[in-house]
Design a protein around this ligand. Structure first.
Ligand code: DGY
Length: 321
């Protein structure tokens, strides 16, 4: 019997055709309650989902033949991996295809901050230039400054490559104290030393119990008052209340955030309107090419698991033996 594939993702026709060629495709919304989602996917062998689709005990009890959950994201903090592993379900994600997009955003934020491009743009847009008002103070070159990369994995290393092209000094920290083979030049530092030495600290760790609030009041107090923090990883890696206070009282100079502790944030969330912060609505991968590649890899992963092959993006390979 053809496997049942349940899908929440809006797909290109060719990707939908690939799934239809492999099984019975059922599209569902995925934004319903956990009970409704569990009902919608009963009997499924494969799920293609975006992060946030509730996959818990109830759903897994109703899908005893489920083999794979394929998400269109690299981050899997929204899924209970231990639970999926316990049920023998492969959790697939989309690494590598988004490295460039996230690293590009990081460098764009770094240049926006160091050159005060938001301040100059607002000066121009407000008509202040035309009125011959005094311009904002001169900004700073990124060249010869130090970038501290926390999380020296695939995205962190792409950031390092770009930082070298800006003639920056690269230092990094990772729970793995050794640079992986083929990594770009950069010197290891303990987290505390990295925070003290960096002009820009950029976060590229995944979110797990040990990285929750990795950057809090103590860590922010180690950074120079002229330094900037960039977070394109996950919001809860930073204690947002502590960061807000550090930005308000001048402990650090500014921040660029593509992620927040709650997404979307409360409309009254103070950090998004601070003058020394730029925020984006989690758009690190938001390009046609990258999102297309992520959807393509998610479909490929799902089909590979159904076919008994090891997928390229797999978080719990042990379930595939
Ligand atoms: C990811 O893939 O994890 C990005 O943050 C988009 O969700």
């Amino acid at each position: 019997m053809a496997p049942k594939i349940c899908n929440t993702v809006i797909l290109e026709l060719e990707l939908e055709d690939q799934l239809k060629a492999r099984g019975d495709l059922h599209n569902f919304n995925g934004r319903e309650s956990a009970a409704e989602v569990a009902q919608a996917v009963q009997g499924a062998n494969g799920l293609l989902v975006f992060p946030g689709v509730p996959i818990g005990e109830e759903l897994l009890a109703g899908t005893p033949d489920l083999k794979v959950v394929a998400t269109t994201s690299v981050g899997v903090n929204a899924f209970d991996i231990d639970l999926l592993t316990k049920h023998g379900v492969a959790m697939c994600n989309t690494p590598i295809v988004l490295n460039d997009a996230v690293a590009d955003l990081t460098m764009a934020q770094l240049i926006i901050l160091s050159r005060n491009l938001v301040g100059f743009e607002q000066y121009s847009r407000s008509g202040a230039w035309g009125r011959r008002e005094p311009q904002p103070a001169l900004a700073h070159d990124p060249q010869q400054k130090t970038i501290g990369i926390v999380g020296f994995g695939r995205i962190g290393m792409e950031v390092a490559r770009r930082a070298h092209s800006l003639k920056m000094n690269v230092i990094w920290n990772d729970v793995f104290g050794e640079a992986p083979a083929g990594s770009p030049q950069g010197d290891y530092r303990s987290l505390d030393d990295l925070l003290k030495e960096s002009d820009f600290v950029t976060l590229h760790t995944d979110l797990n119990p040990s990285s929750f609030h990795l950057i809090g009041e103590r860590e922010l107090s180690l950074m120079p008052s002229s330094a900037y923090l960039i977070n394109n990883a996950r919001g809860p890696v930073v204690d947002q209340k502590a960061l807000t206070a550090a930005l308000e009282d001048g402990t650090i100079a500014g921040a660029a955030l593509d992620v927040l502790e709650d997404e979307p944030p409360d409309p009254e969330e103070p950090i998004v309107s601070l003058p020394n912060v730029i925020t984006f609505p989690h758009i690190g991968t938001a390009t046609e090419e990258t999102r297309r590649a992520m959807r393509g890899l998610a479909v490929e992963n799902l089909i590979n698991v159904l076919d008994g092959r090891m997928p390229r993006g797999i978080v719990n390979p042990e379930v595939l033996g």
